[in-house]
Design a protein around this ligand. Sequence first.
Ligand code: CA
Length: 224
Amino acid sequence: MKILIVEDEEKLANALARGLTVNGYTVDTVADGKKALMRITLHRKDYDLIILDLMLPSMDGLEICRTAREQGVTIPILVLTARNETEKKVNLLQSGADDYLVKPFSFGELNARIQALLRRPTEVVPEILKTGDIELNVIERRVNRGGKNISLTLKEFGLLEYFMRHPDQVVNREDLLAHLWDFNYASFSNVVDVHVKNLRKKLGDGGTENTLETVRGIGYRLRV
Ligand code: CA
């Protein structure tokens, strides 16, 4: 899951980014309003959630939210407001925000809101994914194969989750980079291959019958 933080208070932005990263999210931060809108509209497919501050340089959060929705962006938006801005609540929800949080807030509160927003389509996104004899529990972040526990790093887990949500499809490296790595990695690099190699090892893949198949020149496919 990848989150875009739009916040111009550097300390807060950094603290949020750190906390969310520890919780397993991939995070990008933008401090300027217009830049944020551009990032959101051009890279809408990369993000699962946007955390949006209201008072920003060059364009305020409300306008970003309204414009993004007008342009068909459907990513859940969680707005951060100062206490004296709460009268804008109705405005906020009308502008297309999904939820808001009044500053100062605890990290626990933030996490609960994020999980509620990301979990909304519970019926279509099962919490336990199964492919062959591999089982992945999204909520508990656990993986087992043939009943045997496998411990994965955050990135390996993210990769496997992505493959299991796209079984038997050819997934290209650029998609994996866009979903699992932050914006600075967006140029082509072999970081994906390195992590896939490690993931394979842990899954016990090897020899001719790889579960994670390399599709030459494109990417990978998780065989069903
Ligand atoms: Ca601000």
